[in-house]
Ligand binder design. Sequence first.
Ligand code: TYD
Length: 136
Amino acid sequence: MSLQEKCPILHFADLGDERGKLVVIEGGQAIPFQIQRVFYIYESDASVIRGQHANRKSEFVLINVAGQSKVRLTDGAEECIVELNRPMTGVYIPQMVWKDMYDFSEDAILLVLASTHYDEKEYIRDYEEYLKEVKG
Ligand code: TYD
């Protein structure tokens, strides 16, 4: 499976009306896992690179609910860059995909939905170690 097939762009339905936009994301429906954890990143700026890890167990969906950022993804074989700049669009990231988030606009709020509770032990933060495990 190609990296783009593994990490599809997700388009969420707009339930908005004349009062404004409304986006709903239900675990197991709009995204392919049950949501165990939500976190969001803001006040990063264009000089910052976040992420720089892969996860052995967690799946994620990243959505820039305000502003924009980029995420560079690799599975050790292919690389792709996804521009996140719409509150109705996200990217799904399965286990064992390395990710770097960067180029944050000043107003960026990056919302992250995760399939697990936080467990530092399932993070791989060393790229050489990641390559070893993913190619293993
Ligand atoms: P880090 O993984 O470096 O964040 P990012 O992926 O956005 O670059 O996490 C920063 C710190 O926050 C680190 O000490 C671990 C902690 N943390 C938690 O305790 N729970 C979480 O769910 C996350 C994502 C991080």
